[in-house]
Design a protein around this ligand. Structure first.
Ligand code: ATP
Ligand code: MN
Length: 434
């Protein structure tokens, strides 16, 4: 099709005064006196189009009067700057052609709908301004991440989704029938990434991870997108530097390229420009001190849960790190601190403002005996991990990595109150449809 322009180009101001053709969906319509105001959405933006009775073809004016929400159309007219239009520009309509007259009764009306209704109608709700804006921020987020990896010469690597041994503990594994065997959906690429660094050096992936989370929370999906990094010759300090540089790059890109979209959620781009390395670092021990100082009853050795993370992160307005978690709360592959073996060389990054953990990672065990000892300690079967143990037999190096929850991070950036809105079709304990 020839001659159609993107709404985003019109809104950028470069076509003022010109005759244009656009096509899209009727987002909304209102009429007053002899004028129809149409909001047209084309996937690049939404623009107001005004059609005046005295300037229009009478049949087309009548047709537009009957147009249902979400009908698709082609339209031509003159671009005008108008401060009263939602985004500063509008089209004075000359011709309209209807491509598809939508059925009456588009389920999403301009009234309050409860969250369940909107989740049941997610296939239509993703057309909303809210979801459209989040999904665009999400796309830019991943683009910025990939850009950082390219600038820093990482290789993208893909690990299998169907696996046989747990990485983050058996309780959240999804079981799948694999012919006449049992297999699971992956919780993380990590074990395979540790194999791949001996081939490719520093690597990353952006892929789905699966966790059969049995509790209903505002920060757990059962299928989420996991941005993971693994680096040879890298210790705890090194991996924290990578995390803070990567997140800073993403935050700055979003602030520079999506300021309006961020403001839509009440997020000032300035908040993201203030994110700068080095991030503050506190130890697990210090976190426990703070909690106790504030009168929260907390036993050393327990994992920081939702309540504790919320409390701690409310004190911050920028992301920060918590390091050196007790070995009891971290998976078997975390390297115990040689100076203090009851804690590990682990690190979680916290998002501020009450959001809590967005990354988990640290230094991995590189000694074969230490690894076997930890596998035994956790009552795991060494036979399940035979190939993984091999990696410590043939060319072991100190190495570290981390995993970042894409939806968790976007929830913080967009100030969302539930993680489900950071993904188009959320999978939750009670939802796999649509
Ligand atoms: P939590 O204790 O909050 O459940 P975790 O310790 O199980 O998290 P990790 O195994 O360290 O998480 O996973 C790395 C990152 O993946 C987390 O920091 C988080 O951002 C993200 N993540 C983990 N589980 C989920 C989930 N169910 N839904 C969305 N993101 C998740
Ligand atoms: Mn978890």
């Amino acid at each position: 099709m020839e001659g159609f322009v993107d709404v985003s180009r019109i809104l950028s101001g470069s076509l003022e005064g010109e005759h244009v053709k656009i096509r899209g969906w009727l987002h909304n319509k209102r009429s007053s006196g002899g004028i129809h105001f149409l909001l047209i959405r084309d996937g690049t933006g939404i623009i107001q189009c005004t059609m005046k009775k005295d300037k229009a073809d009478p049949d087309e004016f009548e047709l537009v009067k009957r147009l249902t929400q979400e009908s698709t159309l082609e339209l031509e007219g003159i671009v005008r700057r108008d401060p009263r239009a939602p985004d500063g520009y509008e089209i004075a309509v000359e011709r309209v052609k209807v491509v598809h007259m939508a059925e009456e009764g588009f389920p999403i009306a301009k009234k309050y709908h409860g969250p369940d209704f909107l989740l049941n109608n997610r296939h239509l709700w993703i057309r909303s301004k809210k979801m459209q804006t989040i999904l665009r921020i999400r796309s830019k987020f991943l683009e910025a991440a990939r850009e950082w990896f390219r600038m820093n010469e990482y290789t993208e690597f893909h690990a299998p989704i169907l696996i046989t041994a747990a990485c983050e503990g058996g309780s959240t594994l999804f079981n799948v029938k694999y012919f006449d065997m049992d297999a699971y959906l992956t919780q993380s690429w990590q074990l395979y990434a540790e194999a791949a660094i001996a081939s490719l050096g520093k690597i990353y992936t952006i892929a789905p991870s699966f966790r059969a989370e049995k509790s209903r929370t505002r920060r757990h999906l059962t299928e989420y997108w996991h941005l993971e990094v693994e680096i040879p010759w890298c210790d705890l300090n090194c991996i924290m530097k990578v995390e803070e540089e990567l997140l800073t790059h993403i935050c700055h890109r979003l602030a520079e390229e999506m300021p309006k979209e961020l403001e839509h959620f009440g997020r000032s781009p300035n908040d993201l420009l203030k994110v700068e390395p080095p991030f503050e670092r506190i130890t697990y021990d210090e976190a426990v001190e703070i909690l106790r100082g504030d009168g929260i009853d907390f036993e050393w050795g327990d994992d920081l849960g939702w309540i504790e993370e919320k409390h701690l992160t409310m004190k911050y307005d920028k992301p920060f790190f918590i390091t050196h978690y007790p070995r009891g709360v971290k998976a078997f592959y975390h390297k115990p601190d040689p100076k203090r073996p009851e804690v590990t060389l682990s690190v979680d990054m916290m998002a501020p403002e009450g959001y809590g953990e967005i990354t988990g990672g640290g230094q991995r065990i590189d000694d074969v005996n230490e690894l076997l000892e930890r596998i035994k300690e956790e009552n795991l079967d060494p036979d399940d991990y035979e190939w993984y143990i091999d990696l410590r037999r043939y060319g072991s190096v100190p190495h570290s990595g981390f995993g970042l929850g894409v939806e968790r991070t976007i929830a913080w950036i967009c100030k969302l109150d539930h993680i489900r809105d950071a993904i188009a079709f959320p999978r939750l304990i009670n939802r796999v449809y649509p």
